[in-house]
Ligand binder design. Sequence first.
Ligand code: 2M8
Ligand code: MG
Ligand code: MG
Length: 277
Amino acid sequence: RLVFTDLDGTLLDHDNYGWKPAAPWLKRLHHAGVLVIPVTSKTRAELMPLRRELGLQDIPFIAENGAVIGLPPAWQHARLDRNPNFVDGLAIKTPGIDIGFLRTRLGVMRERLGVRFRGMGELGIDEIMSLTGLPEPQARLARVREGCEPLIWDDSEAALVDFRQALEADGLCLLRGGRFWHAMGQLDKGDGVRWLVERYQALRGHRPLTLGLGDGPNDVPLLEAVDRAVLIPGRHDHSVRLTNAHQYHARHPGPSGWAEGLDYWWGKELTAPAKES
Ligand code: 2M8
Ligand code: MG
Ligand code: MG
């Protein structure tokens, strides 16, 4: 079994980024040998300390909405990983478009269409802190981007439609995150999930049973790529609709809804570890 989870607004609280209500289930999944794979808009740099704090350090991750995938040694494969890029023992895959090229294209399109937006690379640390509520060190790590640029849209809805079309004609795409829009190459969280499921199958010889959790429009492809979906109520008003056969809509937001979704799908199947005396 594998769990694929969004972080902000899902495993982590939208406002204070805590996960206390989910801690007992994280322990229970660890105990049962179920891997919890983060699938997030966050950067690889943000994920390094976070994975440690969450106890997910030997587990693969999908960062920047699928633009960056990290594989620990147990998930690497000599034949499948040709020309791997290793950082800290992790094989790093970057299936999308390089951030430098992406930012250049975004600048060109802004000029051409005469639209107004600000990319995260153009925001000061103070602005990122006040927009996200992240403390300074984390806000700095959010700026270390590799293949996906969060944007603040400062123009009309109509201009956004034109901008999106222009991006798509240029081989890019625009996704709706929690607070930001995200521009990147044409891929999404669902591509990352399917890629990791295939890798699991190649290594283990069988398909895993998968459960996914998410709260935002950019999580729909993730939720539609798994066997059991948990939709967490979002703090944003973007409507989210799923076509999954097996979907559960949590009543609580963030980590409480996360635990609720696990109770719903696997509460009876996965036993809780014995209480420590
Ligand atoms: C951004 O991502 C969130 C998640 O959906 C958003 O769009 O609101 C990213 O910049 C990410 O790197 C950062 O950690 C997060 C903080 O809220 O915001
Ligand atoms: Mg989210
Ligand atoms: Mg996210």
